[in-house]
Design a protein around this ligand. Structure first.
Ligand SMILES: [Zn+2]
Length: 262
């Protein structure tokens, strides 16, 4: 296996992860992504470039602001490191060559990390990521497929996924007499569909529900907040399902069909 591209993508992922931290903080607060430059959210001090090195600065500063010594959230290095690892994985998982498929996987990963961070904190998924991501996904689909039909199939997958989750949403509301699934998740699955295709989007809904149930039970056990509010964001589980569908979808579907439809 070639190691250089894997390392290169890892080191590309670190600063992208830093940028995604800014997106996660500012997008739901409707602040500009570009201005002002990074500053401590507690004391407002500008963060010097040498204190803004992904992961490393957090360790050197002991997780504290250099100016006011306020605790910096562990989320910052976690997002940076996760993005770097997910970026590194795209190389072997998309077949190990430079092309639109790799670009598409990197874009999907970046959007997925931002959606996960924002939905986790705010229980919302900004349209910039879901609808904006859908548009980018529709543009990348024919390029990755190498044919215009890729656009049609991405559109079918986006619409099919959205219709499916919309029906789940309506059904859930009728059954539980409260909002079981947000409309943000409906828009999110459309975005995911554009990246993973129509078979992938069905698998994503299935895996998202499976991971969400496991995650929901775990949250109920370990978090008092989750027990009381009974509100667990579904977006991160759909993103996780989408990543599994993107990389292992064909293999999983083939395995499933071979076991149950011999
Ligand atoms: Zn500070």
């Amino acid at each position: 296996m070639e190691l250089f591209p894997i390392f290169a993508l890892f080191f590309l992922g670190l600063p992208i992860g830093s940028f995604l931290n800014v997106v996660i903080w500012r997008l739901p607060r409707e602040e500009s992504i570009a201005f002002p430059p990074s500053h401590c959210p507690i004391c407002g001090a500008a963060i010097k470039p040498y204190d803004n090195i992904p992961v490393l600065s957090y360790i050197i500063l002991g997780g504290k602001c250099r100016n006011c010594k306020a605790k910096i959230s562990i989320q910052y290095p976690i997002v940076e490191l996760s993005t770097a690892i997910l970026f590194a994985l795209t190389w072997p998982l998309t077949g190990g060559h430079i092309g639109w498929e790799l670009a598409s996987a990197l874009v999907f990963t970046g959007i997925g990390v931002a959606v996960t961070g924002i939905d986790y904190h705010h229980k919302i998924i900004p349209d910039e990521l879901s609808i904006g991501g859908l548009v980018v996904g529709l543009i990348l689909a024919p390029l990755s497929a190498g044919a215009w039909s890729g656009l049609l199939w991405a559109f079918v997958a986006a619409l099919g996924g959205a219709v499916l989750l919309f029906l789940v949403r309506v059904g859930g509301q009728a059954l539980f007499k409260k909002e079981a699934l947000g409309f943000g998740d409906v828009k999110l699955i459309a975005m995911i569909g554009a990246f993973v295709g129509w078979r992938g989007v069905l698998l994503t809904v299935f895996l998202g529900a499976l991971f969400g149930t496991i995650g929901g039970v775990a949250a109920m056990i370990f978090s008092r907040e989750a027990r009381e509010e009974r509100l667990i964001p579904f977006g991160p589980f759909l993103i996780l399902g989408g990543l599994v569908a993107l990389y292992f979808g064909e293999a999983l579907i083939e395995w499933y069909l071979s076991v149950f439809f011999v």
